[in-house]
Design a protein. Sequence first.
Length: 176
Amino acid sequence: MKVINYNGQQIEYHIEYKKIKNLYIQIKDKNVLVKAPKFLKEKYIDDFVNKKAKWIWTKLNEEKQNQIEKDYTEEDYKKLEVKLNQICNKLINTTKLVPNKIRIRNIKYAWGTCSANKNITINLKLVDKADEEIEYVVLHELCHLKYMNHSKKFWELVEKYMPNYKEIRKKLKHNR
């Protein structure tokens, strides 16, 4: 095991010599592994790792941040998919607004998105939310099929199909 210092912190790494042509760094499960060709001298490898210290530090922190967020399972995905099928069918029949595609993703910045191609993405994190909150997000994105903005007409359309959308929206924002 070897150690480099970055930002006053020590980063441990291991060198693994292999029958390969290029030197590379692999970060997995908070471990830094440097895979190196058998012919490379340790000094060259250490210099390479030192030059990449900032990148290594960034990747380790990203990994740590991702572990803080809840791990969603295949079961969560299927649970949300079942709920979405019911909610989407109901809302599409009611509004007559039909997307090209609806998919589920673990997105960080929004509960849902609607692309110019009329594809809707619903955040997997909604699996933990009440049906009315999921329904609001789906309706919101469906309304973007008609108005790709948050204009007065957009909000009037949302309200037409969900008169109490403001309180549901508020609940969703407070329970982020």
